[in-house]
Design a protein around this ligand. Sequence first.
Ligand code: GUN
Ligand code: ZN
Length: 638
Amino acid sequence: MIEIRARDASGRVTELNINGKKLTTPYLFPVIDPRKQILSIEEIEKLGFNGIITNSYIINQNRELRSRALEEGIHSLLGFDGVIMTDSGSFQLYQYGGVDVTPMEILEFQENIGVDIGVILDIPTEPDVPREQADRELEETIRRARESIKARKKILLSGTVQGSTYPELREKSARKMAELGFDLYPIGGVVPLMEKYRFSDLVKVIIHSRKYLPHDKPVHLFGAGHPMLFALASALGCDLFDSAAYALYAREGRYITTSGTYRLERLRELPCSCAVCTSTTAEELKKLEKKDRDHFLAMHNLTVSIEEIRRVRQSIHDGSLWELVAERARAHPYLLEAVRVALSYSSLENLEPVTKKSAFFYTGSEALLRPEVRRHIKKLKRLKINKKLVLLPEVEKPYSKTYGMMSTEEYHICIASKVFGVIPLEIEEVYPLTQHEAPGGYDEAQINFMKKVVKEYASGFEKVYFHSSLEFLGIEGESFSDVENFKGKNDIEGKLTAIGDYYFGEGAGELLFSDTRARISKTGRIREVYAGDRLVGVIRASDGSVVLNVEGVKRLLKLPFPKNRVVAHEDAVEFVSQGRSLFCGFVEEADMKIKPYQEVIVVDSQDKPIATGRAMVSAEEMLSLTHGVAVRVRHRLG
Ligand code: GUN
Ligand code: ZN
């Protein structure tokens, strides 16, 4: 069972309920070696871990461990009553080329020792093998997956996605695994990519594997133990990680940080303030016996790993996950390359929230590829404005306040923006157009980007004026230096129409706001909008969201079904009409374009409105999940 608690990028914070035990994702399973554990279970629990992963094959192959596990169960064997996941021996298959169990034997063994989550004996295919081999091995993994899910009795079972570095095989694998209905979906066969720092290939594998996996099950990235990858992998929709790295690195004298790894011999300082690092110095650490040194390094390595997982979760709650990804990308040039490759997939926009608690930060040229920027450029096409275009340089925000002007009946005034290309003053308060920050000056990427976006936008206008300071953009039009010439009577109705179209889609603006009257705040912002004495809606001050009221809903419902609607199941109508949240399990149907944190209308199966509210997840997600809030209701109707 999975509930989404917060969304950002294509990632999420979820609450998993596994046999009555709770895990919050993104989550990291520390790998426990039952033969030679470097940290004790108590130490691991004390760091805050309530789930671990170990290897059922290793236990199975060791006579003493096997008989004890079969007798007393895995939880008693390890002395841990949290969530225990076991891998199946697939990794040994990859390391040694063979294993001494059959897929059915190791499945049954995982059942018999009472693990919480087991894994099928999939075949980890190496990167770059001939396609025929990758496909043949994938077919065998699928065959095993089919017989395993049939034979599964009481454990939760993971169906691993394979397919080497072939996007179409990854997609085929994900589709087949999803069809078979597993409880978790690991993405496998990626350890060699990580070992060789092939992060761009890793990103492609994640994106193509994730594409066909369902939203209502956790996705695990097998063998991703280095904390510098957690933010990016989470942003691409991975929920679970496992780390053997904390122990393997410790044994090799390596000290992990989120921005890379140090060799102990080279450490003069301990650049960390975790419990162990504050208890000694680099010099003393080097003098310790190997066993104590390993223990020290493992404690530090695991501490910084869980710390990063917590930071990723916090960033998702804040809406700043892409900023964290950008920060981590500076750890290694190949990681930056991987972020660029990830952002080159326009499909990332599908799950991206429409508004966030934090401002959009321009972190470098990769930010121009972010889904929020692509979405803005796409949504600009919804505006149908038949005026003369005036382009102004950026000033302090809010732009219209600094300039002391708005668009008029005659002039459509836009800011040439180094982050969003073109920002029409009409829509400046809609997230993230005001809620963004960038360094002063222009970088080369911004100049090229602005040229492209401005040129394309301006091509839709017959008459174009641009401020002389924007000459560097090479705009075709008439240059001016005095802004005063374009001031006039503010076009409030034009502004509202643009906000409506931009927020809800083409045509929505006119439907919602024709023959209305707006109350304008002292700072010149539109607040409530009325038709006669009936409230159409409110433009939220913090992010420009259009919060609909009774009259607004009536008007917006003229758009063809199911535009902007979420259809509540019959059994939830009463509940929602009392002003309570609509839960995912009660969503019958929805406009598939609905994004996380968008304002929507909840209707019954006759398309009668029962509430307005904020979608907490995308339409895709609310239809897939059975638990958690789909729409947080603001106003009940009727
Ligand atoms: N551990 C690391 N990679 C893999 C994989 O591809 N499959 C399984 N089952 N375990 C792994
Ligand atoms: Zn430390």
